[in-house]
Design a binder for this molecule. Structure first.
Ligand SMILES: [Zn+2]
Length: 164
């Protein structure tokens, strides 16, 4: 699995925010404009992906989110664990899904790929590092607990762990 290679670095929350803002500028540089994703209908125009009607003459271009879903290669992994999680699992996952719905409505590339039970908790995978970070932050703001971030800058992959 690609994500298991080296290159992950533990970051403080403030450091992570700076790195992610920087990286989101780079990722869209080479795409033709305007473009429309044939799978989800997201539109790439003026350097960003949005929901909306495709401009006339738009290129067909699979968006990064659909690309990751097809390749089964998430950008973000959020691990949820702890006794509190086990006791309040449904409520916590409800918050996670609500958060995704809100983000996705504005940002087409911010999507949950899967929510899976693991040996010690729940794993949420996402198409984008920002959503992974935001979900972890949202859990922390709602319930406190512990947050940990590991970021791989070269491949733009984020592993977040929230435990309580
Ligand atoms: Zn798409």
């Amino acid at each position: 699995m690609k994500g298991e290679r080296g290159g992950f670095r533990m970051l403080k929350r403030e450091q992570l925010l700076q790195e992610l803002v920087h990286d989101s500028y780079k990722s869209n540089r080479k795409l033709p404009e305007p473009a429309c994703c044939p799978e989800c209908g997201a539109v790439f125009h003026k350097g960003r992906w949005t929901w909306g009607a495709a401009p006339a003459g738009a290129h067909e271009q699979t968006c990064p989110a659909c690309h990751r879903i097809r390749e089964k290669f998430p950008a973000g992994h959020v691990t949820l664990k702890g006794d509190f999680l086990r006791e309040h699992r449904d409520q916590i996952l409800h918050l996670v899904r609500n958060h995704e719905a809100k983000e996705k409505a504005e940002h087409p590339l911010e999507r949950i790929m899967a929510i899976e039970d693991t040996a010690d908790g729940v794993l949420v995978t996402t198409t984008d590092t920002h959503l992974a970070r935001d979900i972890a932050e949202a859990l922390y703001h709602a319930y406190k607990g512990e947050l940990e971030f590991h970021y791989n800058k070269e491949e733009n992959l984020l592993r977040a762990t929230w435990s309580r």
